[in-house]
Design a protein. Structure first.
Length: 117
């Protein structure tokens, strides 16, 4: 599956859900994404408990959740950057379309992620 579906505009806003094993790792990744302008902002929420299947067994782990806001055209680069910084072999990284919101905030996401580093 590609990071961008056919028919999406590269400027359409995206909400990217990412998990990490700790708040410290999530903050390190969030800072890198914002610094590199792959995301306009990222929120890090601690205290998540994940239940999942891994290597044929049910597992549980404490995790931190990160939510990054970006443009559709940057999702592929953002995924590659997260994977390069992440300690998991298969990190959860999922982009969801933002269908509506504060128009000024959505314009800000677009503007910030288009600025030069």
């Amino acid at each position: 599956m590609t990071a961008q579906k056919q028919g999406d505009s590269k400027g359409d806003p995206r909400f990217v859900y990412i998990t990490a094993p700790s708040r410290a790792e999530a903050l390190r990744i969030a800072r890198a994404l914002v610094k590199d302008r792959l995301a306009a902002s990222a929120n890090v929420l601690g205290g998540a408990r994940s239940v999942y299947w891994w290597r044929g067994k049910m597992a549980e782990a404490d995790e931190a959740v990160m939510v990054a806001k970006t443009r559709a055209g940057l999702v592929g680069k953002l995924i590659r950057r997260v994977k390069s910084l992440h300690s998991y072999t298969c990190p959860a990284i999922m982009a969801l379309p933002i269908l509506n919101g504060n128009p000024d905030y959505l314009k800000w996401i677009d503007a910030v992620t288009r600025e030069k580093k």
